[in-house]
Design a protein around this ligand. Structure first.
Ligand code: UDP
Length: 409
């Protein structure tokens, strides 16, 4: 078709690992489907376009995420209508022209937002651009990366399509005024390793050098190894040893980027077999090899656990943002929530001691898996693009300076 290649711009912000992860997953999906017929670039709106002081957002995020009270203040500042309005006005005044210049220069065909703080401003710019230099307007879409709850800034009525991960988020989106016809529940955009929901637990254990017959408990605290993983791991190990014996299970503790935690855990003497890992690239394999997951309620980890059929014990969540993920797991009987290390340890050993119940929970978790979300979103946007642009004159082989002319036509 003559309108290809399609030029995709993914707009994000490096505040939380999930947005970058979804951007990478979608890039892979676009390339997988359209090969040379697509070009994809990912841009951090605040760091790469808006500049200082907005470029400090990732630094602030990392600081605030460590302190729940500070986190709540920032979350509600962005959520309550008067403060949200004020913030969005500030962005409008200070960043609008920079974004407009960027879009006029790069002229994407499809813009995919994977961050709530991008939507309103970009749509405002597009509304102006529509009348001035870009014809036709780039297609704007939003891919929500929160699982059970979502910030109101995610939803903008001007989005051509909003892709959402779960039914609770659809209900919220409608509450915030979105039309149901502009919403698609495709799941969370997961990376390539999770596009296939087949699981071969024993095969993976062999591949990872684990004993095939020994149950595995995976413990994680998101990309940054957050939460009280140390105390929890100790309690789980103690309960397994007491109730199932020293060979009752192996614990695999993923510390992510938290080096301090990794060093501290590596120096422990454990009553059961324990493996301590730093940032791990093959989480999908470890999940596949495991029987249950003890984790913080990060949206990525929760959605990945569904694909690999893992029941969950959730020990922490970021207030506001991740509470809905925890609620989703609990409401659907896919796990429990507790902050008490002893309760977590006792529950883990109780579940492992009842294989039938565990198998039932694993089956249940799998029914919530949506492994093809990234591919479905990329395919859908390709169709929207094809339909929108196919009536236009050919662009194939147009040199870049003529591309501008084409837009001005
Ligand atoms: N993750 C990983 N390796 C690690 C730790 C985490 O690949 O060592 C991945 C994990 O599989 C998930 C993401 O990092 O995809 C964490 O995202 P989530 O939304 O769960 O939490 P966040 O870190 O954003 O708070």
């Amino acid at each position: 078709n003559s309108v290809w290649p399609m030029k995709v711009l993914i707009l994000m912000s490096e505040t939380g690992g999930g947005h970058r992860a979804s951007a990478n997953a979608l890039t892979d999906a676009f390339k997988h489907l359209y090969k040379d017929n697509v070009s994809v670039s990912t841009v951090d709106l605040w760091v790469e376009i808006a500049g200082w002081p907005f470029s400090t957002y990732p630094w602030w995020y990392r600081l605030v995420a460590k302190y729940p009270v500070m986190w709540m203040v920032v979350y509600w500042y962005g959520k309550l209508p008067p403060t949200r309005w004020f913030q969005e006005q500030m962005w409008q005044v200070m960043v609008h022209d920079k974004l407009k210049a960027f879009l006029s220069e790069t002229q994407p065909d499809v813009i995919v937002s994977v961050h709530p703080m991008v939507n309103r401003l970009t749509n405002n710019v597009l509304r102006r651009i529509r009348c001035i230099d870009l014809k036709p307007t780039p297609i704007f879409s939003t891919v929500v990366t929160d699982y059970g709850d979502a910030h109101p800034m995610w939803f903008n009525k001007d989005s051509e399509m909003t892709y959402i991960p779960s039914e609770p988020v659809r209900t919220l989106a409608i509450k915030f005024g979105m039309k149901n016809s502009k919403l698609k529940v495709y799941g969370l955009a997961l990376r390539r390793e999770f596009w296939d929901d087949k699981t071969d637990r024993f095969g993976k254990r062999e591949k990872l050098g684990l004993s095939v017959s020994k149950p595995v408990i995976l413990l994680m605290g998101g990309g940054d190894g957050m939460g009280n993983l140390e105390l929890i791991s100790e309690a789980v190990a103690r309960h397994i040893n007491k109730e199932l014996g020293p060979n009752g299970a192996k614990l695999v503790i993923v510390c992510g980027n938290n080096r301090k935690l990794k060093t501290s855990l590596a120096n422990h003497t454990w009553p059961v077999e324990v493996e301590v890992l730093g940032f791990t690239d093959n989480i999908s394999e470890w999940m596949e090899a495991s029987d249950l997951l003890v984790t913080k309620a990060g949206p990525g980890t929760v959605a990945e656990a569904f694909v690999k059929g893992l029941p969950m014990i959730i020990f922490a969540y970021l207030p506001g943002q991740e509470e809905g993920n925890m609620q989703f797991v609990v409401d659907n009987d896919l796990g429990i929530y507790s902050t008490d290390a002893d309760v977590i340890g006792a529950t883990a050993s109780e579940w492992l001691g009842d294989p039938e119940r565990l198998a039932e929970m694993r089956r249940r978790a799998k029914t919530f898996a949506m492994p093809s979300a990234s591919i479905d979103i990329a395919r859908d946007l390709g169709v929207v693009y094809g339909n929108t642009y196919s009536s236009l004159p050919s662009r194939v082989g147009l040199p870049s300076e003529m591309r501008e002319e084409f837009y001005d036509a």
